[in-house]
Ligand binder design. Structure first.
Ligand code: GDP
Ligand code: IMO
Ligand code: MG
Length: 470
């Protein structure tokens, strides 16, 4: 019997214990004021290079949580959710918003293009999703300005062949300004005089740098008025979301932390410099929302049954063109945001082991199983060799990672339709064996299997930690 269909092991969220909401001190009637109640607070993270299907997974889980909270990134993310024949692509707004009555938070760790956010809210409105009173935007999140996109365009062009292949949304330059302490935050947009002064000061500084470096200033006419006009629309959303979430947790309400991008795109742990500019791993949930790490009660990692990546950078298990084309066509592997074809490769257990370690993954979700339905044989990378020697960890630098040779095992395909299957027992044996192999190799439960893009095309094996959270 494999790990993933075993009964649940000791959960971190055992009812009736200190973790379920009562501290030992408060049980004895003594409030020492130090221990915090631990209510369900689960992070969902991408275990690969993004686009693992986090949107679908978060949407599925969100009905069992009071809040969904985005902690990093911006509208570089594209999270697809499909139900009732409608396809939603969410970029900054957490996918949990699609569940009526549930609340959603865009946290301080994100970067916000107000024009794009307004567009996203318009689209939601057109789809009859009313966010009023249940979407909260952090006053501490940093703003993306049009000059961030201009800088990014110039930087990518200057890199030539070694360009990162960004989403061109101004994400990196906005985080650069945040870190170099010349960023402007959402809350500041609500105070016109102060905002004007800050923007003028920042623009003077940026233009001085740009003039000196490139002999050219940024085009900024109309910028201030445009942002102030948008600010009027945003006012009702803006809140101190760290206080909001911590108070909700104190009251025993539950929170799902929505990751964007993936572990291998994390600014610290990913394939630097071919990464995004924020903390995509589960630790980012704490810093990006102002919720202490001790409050996170579980972590769900999401992986495809294979691997994809968009943009440049090392990808050890990348498939040869013909195989990649087939998987791309069957899996519809085109970027949800930019429409770019995604690079496709075999599943990489070295990457997933690394992701499990970095994120503390308690439960793994495997998506897109159905994409392999016609596959005769499936390769899985179990290790790397570097200069002929086996290596067990992901090398720190991208140049070395580009040189590793993956070692594969080949498993039989199932050559049967799995699309839409909702019970483990209905899966073909070879598909179950594939999942068992992953579970055993990674020593983690498989808490969910996705067999199609629609909400209902989902299997939740019984007796897992994940099943105890919903
Ligand atoms: P995210 O960024 O992690 O939310 O993922 P994306 O939405 O960018 O990309 C995942 C894509 O796969 C979307 O087009 C989903 O509709 C689709 N998808 C998710 N799960 C499945 C699945 O199990 N099978 C198939 N065929 N498609 C899926
Ligand atoms: P979701 O949340 C896949 C990639 C870009 C590029 C690199 C840097 O949908 O999984 P950036 O614009 O962030 O500076 O680009 O990161 N990238 C993603 N790839 N899914 C995403 O988000 C991504 N967000 C950024 O393609 O390689
Ligand atoms: Mg995506």
């Amino acid at each position: 019997m494999s790990h993933w269909d075993l009964p649940q092991k000791a959960s971190r969220n055992i009812p009736g214990t200190i973790w379920s909401g009562q501290s030992a001190a408060s049980v004895r009637g003594v409030n020492l004021g130090t221990e915090k109640a631990r209510t369900k607070a689960i992070a969902v993270v991408g275990a690969q290079w993004g686009d693992e299907g986090k949107g679908k997974v978060v949407d599925y889980l969100a009905s069992s949580f009071d809040y969904t909270a985005r902690y990093a990134g911006g509208h570089n993310a594209g999270h697809t959710v499909i139900f009732n024949d409608h396809r939603y692509v969410l970029q900054l707004v957490p996918s949990g918003i699609l569940r009526p009555g549930k609340k959603a938070v865009i946290g301080p760790g994100t970067v916000v293009d107000p024009v794009a956010l307004l567009g996203e809210l318009e689209n939601l409105k057109k789809s009859s999703v009313d966010v009023r009173g249940r979407l909260f935007l952090s006053n501490r999140a940093h703003l993306i300005f049009p000059y961030h996109r201009e800088i990014e365009k110039a930087a990518e062009a200057a890199r030539g062949a070694s360009k990162i292949g960004t989403t061109a949304r101004g994400i990196g330059p906005a985080y650069e300004d945040k870190m170099s302490r010349r960023g402007i935050r959402v809350g500041e947009m609500l105070h016109p005089d102060c905002f004007r002064q800050k923007l003028e000061r920042v623009l003077a500084e940026k233009n001085a740098i740009s003039q000196a470096a490139y002999g050219q200033a940024f085009e900024t006419s109309g910028l201030l008025d445009n942002y102030l006009e948008i600010a009027a629309h945003m006012r009702g959303l803006v809140a101190d979301t760290a206080v909001l979430l911590n108070q909700a947790l104190d009251r025993g309400e539950t929170v799902l932390f929505e990751g964007a991008q993936g572990t291998m795109l994390d600014i610290d742990h990913g394939t630097y410099p071919y990464v995004t500019s924020s903390s995509a791993t589960s630790g980012g949930a704490a810093t990006g929302l102002g919720v202490a790490p001790t409050r996170v009660t579980g972590v769900v990692g999401v992986t495809k049954a294979y691997t994809t990546r968009v943009g440049s950078g090392p990808f050890p298990t990348e498939m040869p063109d013909l195989d990649a084309q087939e998987v791309r066509a069957r899996g519809n592997e085109f970027g949800a945001v930019t429409g770019r074809p995604r690079r496709c490769g075999w599943l990489d257990l070295v990457v997933l082991r690394y992701a499990k370690m970095l994120n503390g993954i308690d439960s793994l979700v495997v998506t897109k199983l159905d994409v392999f339905d016609a596959q005769a044989e499936i390769k899985v990378c179990t290790g790397y060799r570097l200069n002929g020697q086996p290596i067990t960890e992901v090398p720190a630098d991208s140049e070395t990672l580009a040189q590793v040779e993956p070692e594969y095992v080949t498993l039989p395909g199932w050559k049967t339709a799995t699309q839409g299957i909702r019970e483990v027992r209905d899966l073909p044996i070879a598909a179950r064996d594939y999942l068992s192999f992953l579970s055993d190799q990674l020593n983690v439960e498989i808490g969910m299997i996705s067999t199609g893009p629609e909400r209902d095309a989902t299997i939740v094996p019984r007796g897992t930690k994940l099943s105890s959270w919903i």
